[in-house]
Design a protein around this ligand. Sequence first.
Ligand code: SAM
Length: 306
Amino acid sequence: MPFLPCDITPKAPPIKIQGIKTKVIPLIAKSIQWDGQGCWIEPFLGSAAVALNIAPQRALLADTNEHLIRLYKEIQNGSINGKSVRNYLEKEGKTLIENGESHYYYIRDRFNDHANSFDFLFLSRSCFNGMMRFNKKGRFNVPFCRKPERFRPALVTKITNQVEWAKKIITGKDWKFVSQDWRSTISCAQPNDIIYCDPPYVGRHTDYYNGFTDNESDELAKALNKTKASFALSNWLENKYRRNDYIDRWFSDYPQRTMSHFYHVGPQEHLRNEMIEIVVLSKKAAAIPTEHEELKKPLVKRAELG
Ligand SMILES: C[S@@+](CC[C@H](N)C(=O)[O-])C[C@H]1O[C@@H](n2cnc3c(N)ncnc32)[C@H](O)[C@@H]1O
């Protein structure tokens, strides 16, 4: 029986990051054809949402953000677990209520001086909008979410359960977590493997871990064109105003699957913006779409693109 495509109701990982693909996982899982025999390779792991939900037997999971990799290595080797995360968050959450935002900045300084996975989780779950941003010196610089009561019992339980879920998925599998650049990761791929790529969107975030230039995107497209492995690439395709010409330039001959989703820029209905997400597939990786999955019409008419 084929491993992918399949239907997945996604679960959220313990860590937050901009561009997290939790909502796009159903599209990814039903678009890819893969027998699960080789290795699942993710050069841009981020929160690990995709790998954890797909749950392949063998995986190479990499990112240049060493903090993400440390967290998952420590969940894997058991040096952090649900119980220790609960104890830590209950203790630091109580001090956050007592001392207010100064405690957030105390933890942020402590993390920037001596990085560790507990403080990393604390910051990820109590910073402004769950952002992951580092300055040029590699120091985490996202401000506080301004909710001193952030770590209420329900949230602590939720994070504890997410850590335990991640541990359960990783246990018994051959997963390797590595902190390295995408070029080294892609160069390991063999013909039976599948590379799932979710690079930072060009021009969106420029920080220590997320600076991705036009040149680098082009280099990635060339590497995917050349690889003997199967691949799937996530990106944005278009919104009401713009279309991502990177996809048209490099991947117009490849199978593509799309879905629209709404993201909020404010509390009111009219501030909901539609964004089309795309998954580009190598021919070998493209599952046959079912008759219900018609391809989404472009939001921007071709003639308007100039
Ligand atoms: C859009 S995020 C991936 C999100 C992930 N798919 C998820 O669902 O959470 C992009 C990731 O690429 C990583 N990254 C940026 N430049 C990189 C590079 N040169 N090599 C490897 N990873 C890189 C960032 O640290 C970030 O975690």
